[in-house]
Design a protein around this ligand. Structure first.
Ligand code: MOS
Length: 727
């Protein structure tokens, strides 16, 4: 038998394409006759458009048109009589301004430079109204979304009665999606009712469905291409108003139109991690048994949509605690709508909970690792179900050994190295291990190669590589002969790449379609190949890409040749059964950090990171390690550098560029050890792989703030931990 492909450190199948510039991202496409777009965006944060004077722009060289609510083609899917005011931003629909940076017109010209210049010539006048962008000033507007009910287990606010308890507030600012690749779209109406788009998306089928609803066209008349995506982390989980604006411009002008937004507009047009104010009350017995947790969160949303995520959920299920209550509310602000951003709400909530656990451990004079182990949940305390797999205690142990946790001093401010204060911190992370429904097709060719297709996405984790490995093991065909194709709406249905579930969901479909292919080949051999005559299909074995019965062996390719078939395609849909009724399924992570804090300047340098993932079978050790490091780097940003700042006089971002909005760079990123439990989950899917994308980040910020406290004795509860907060 061949060596297993799953578990190997295989190079990315598309790595060469990416590093040689051969991979084509959405903006690299060039439909014939394509024009270029630039947006005109509102400088006011609330009000109405009173006039748009486009005359000067229209006279500028090369300009094809200026499209706004005054002249945009109608969108049949916008319902004028929908009584719900929160139905999303209907772009170019009316004169209403909800937030600063809202697109009010799109200018199309024959070069990008001409479009940008002409956009500067469009004169828009506004009737300004009072805007609300300050979260703290508008906490009174908080309301509870109908999907986000209060949770209570046992007694509410039981922490107050505990002999050891504390209450604290933990705040995070808005963090903005800033992948290197800018957002945008190319829209091309091939006929008045045949639309093709090149998108930057985490789900081609999802984009197709949205456009189907908006333009009321059948799926067959909407084609979405998105093979390569230069980072997305959640911003590509939905379609944005500026994409619809581009599609409307292309429809009106009857030419393909490309829009690539500016870095500045990334702050206002593609969502962000919402700001959150969180309050935790936590209490324990004097020997450290948790008796109560209360977790309340308020996050911002936009005036025209309610964005909700799972901010308080971790507090319900992470620890064995008899009394837990949570509440989650939203405050609408004159900002664009937030969206999931890696780890999403769980990362926000984990900062609060895992900081509070550390604070409680300090009060108890107990090692925070010991406190976590003492309150380890052996079964899911929220769902009252056993875990499909959970190796969190092993993860704690592995990580502690690797970082040198025994060197940590229980009393803060005790350790120094070269004049810097030294601290150790840790946190746990958890995220639901999902499995959705996906379809894949497998085409075996007479030359022995196998092509698998599914409308999945790849925003960078190495999806195709993992799928090839899964298919190689399922079929016994050499990985080099297998190709996995994704990112086309014409391929069999797959969900968006999000929620850490692609390997689980699409990988299962790949596994299952390979099994179907083998079954089909067995039936063909049994029915039509003399050497297998009399052998029932189900008694034919499969080994190394061959059909085997006793001493008879036949290559899959040879079977097709004997049958005079150039190729054979099978298609299979795969989804979970009712396992979730019987098991709680989660991935877990543990993050350890060692930090230096400069006593005079307050500069924090992370010196060493150890992150341990309990995510089931690791399909590819190389891409999985990269995935974990990517999440950790995002976590460094959350902990130390990232913060979108608004000047509330104008409701406008003031650091909307890479120079002033600090994403971590190599110099901020220390040596990172990624450790895997790498034990198969026996329930979730055929591979036993749980998700990894979110747990890479969830909890990380607390591991840094806890280490900073251990170094300095100062507890920073407002992210990011900038030097001014430590001196
Ligand atoms: Mo992720 S926040 O599910 O793209």
């Amino acid at each position: 038998m061949k060596k297993q492909a799953v578990g190997q450190s295989m190079d990315r199948v598309d790595g060469r394409l990416k590093v040689t510039g051969t991979a084509r991202y959405f903006a690299d496409h060039q439909p014939e006759g394509m024009l270029y777009a630039a947006l005109v965006c509102s400088p006011v944060s609330s009000g109405r458009i009173t006039a748009i004077d486009a005359a000067k722009a229209l006279r500028a060289p090369g300009v094809a048109d200026v499209v706004s609510h005054l002249n945009a083609p109608p969108v049949p899917g916008y319902k004028a009589d929908n009584p719900n005011p929160k139905q999303g931003l209907k772009i170019f629909y009316d004169d209403r301004i909800y937030s600063n940076g809202q697109p009010v017109a799109i200018v199309v010209a024959n070069t990008l430079e001409r479009a940008v210049h002409a956009a500067s010539l469009v004169k828009v006048t506004y009737a300004q109204e009072v805007h609300k962008t300050d979260m703290d000033e508008n906490m009174g507007q908080a309301f509870q979304h109908k999907n986000m009910k209060d949770y209570l287990r046992g007694e509410a606010d039981a922490w107050k009665k505990a002999p050891v308890h504390l209450e604290a507030e933990y705040n995070i600012p808005i963090e903005v999606h800033n992948p290197m690749e800018l957002a945008g779209i190319i829209a091309h109406w091939e006929t008045p009712d045949q639309l093709t788009v090149y998108a930057k998306t985490q789900g081609v089928k999802s984009v197709q469905q949205t456009l189907k609803t908006l333009f009321q066209l059948p799926e067959s008349q909407i084609t979405v291409h998105s093979r390569f995506v230069g980072g997305a982390f959640g911003m590509g989980l939905r379609i944005w108003p500026m994409e619809v604006a581009t599609i409307l411009a292309a429809k009106k002008i009857r030419k393909p139109v490309k829009l690539v937004i500016t870095r500045k507009d990334m702050f206002t047009l593609v969502g962000y991690r919402p700001a959150a104010r969180q309050r935790i009350g936590i209490g324990a017995t004097t020997d450290g048994k948790l008796t109560g947790i209360t977790h309340e969160a308020v996050a911002n949303t936009s005036p025209y949509e309610d964005f909700t995520e799972a901010i308080v959920n971790m507090s319900r299920m992470m620890y064995a605690c008899p009394n837990v209550n949570t509440r989650y509310q939203l405050v609408p602000l004159n900002l664009s709508t937030p969206v999931w951003m890696r780890g999403p709400g769980e990362a926000t909530g984990a900062f609060a909970l895992e900081s509070a656990i550390d604070e409680l451990a300090h009060q108890l004079k107990m090692d925070p690792l010991q406190l976590r182990i003492l309150n380890h949940a052996d079964t899911d305390p929220e769902k009252h179900l056993p875990y499909s797999s959970k190796y969190l205690k092993e993860a704690y142990e592995m990580g502690a050994a690797k970082i040198g946790w025994q060197q940590r001093s229980q009393t803060p401010g005790q350790l120094q190295e070269n004049g810097w204060l030294v601290g150790y911190g840790m946190s746990s992370g958890v995220f639901s291990a999902g499995r959705g429904r996906a379809t894949a097709s497998a085409t075996l060719k007479a030359d022995g190669t196998l092509v698998i297709r599914s409308a999945a996405a790849d925003i960078g984790p190495g999806t195709a590589t993992a799928m090839v490995q899964i298919a190689a093991d399922a079929t016994g065909i050499d990985a080099k002969k297998i190709e996995f194709l994704l990112g086309e709406s014409a391929y069999p249905e797959a969900p968006r790449q999000g929620g850490s579930s692609t390997v689980s969901t699409v990988g299962s479909a790949v596994n299952d379609v390979c099994r179907s292919l083998q079954q089909k080949l067995g039936e063909m051999a049994s029915a039509g190949i003399p050497a297998f005559k009399g052998v029932k299909a189900e008694n034919i074995q499969h080994e190394d890409g061959q059909l085997v019965a006793g001493n008879t062996r036949l290559d899959y390719a040879a079977l097709l040749q004997l049958q005079q078939l150039p190729e054979l395609t099978v298609t299979t849909t795969s989804q979970a059964g009712d396992e979730r009724k019987h098991y709680a399924m989660y991935s877990f992570s543990v993050h350890f950090t060692k930090v230096h804090v400069h006593p005079a300047t307050g500069v924090v340098r992370i010196k060493h990171i150890v992150s341990v993932a309990d995510s089931g079978t690791v399909v590819n050790t190389k891409t999985a390690r990269s995935q974990m490091i990517g999440g950790v780097v995002g976590g460094i940003g959350m902990a130390l550098t990232e913060e979108a700042l608004i000047d509330h006089r104008y409701g406008r971002y003031v650091n909307n560029n890479y120079a002033d909005y600090h994403v971590p760079v190599n110099a901020d990123t220390p040596p990172t050890d990624v450790l895997f439990i790498n034990k198969k989950d026996p329930v979730i899917n055929p591979m036993g792989a749980k998700g990894m994308g979110e747990i890479a980040l969830i909890g990380f910020a607390a591991a840094v703030s806890n280490a900073v406290f251990n170094a300095t004795g100062k507890r920073v509860r407002d992210l990011p931990i900038t030097p001014d907060k430590l001196i």
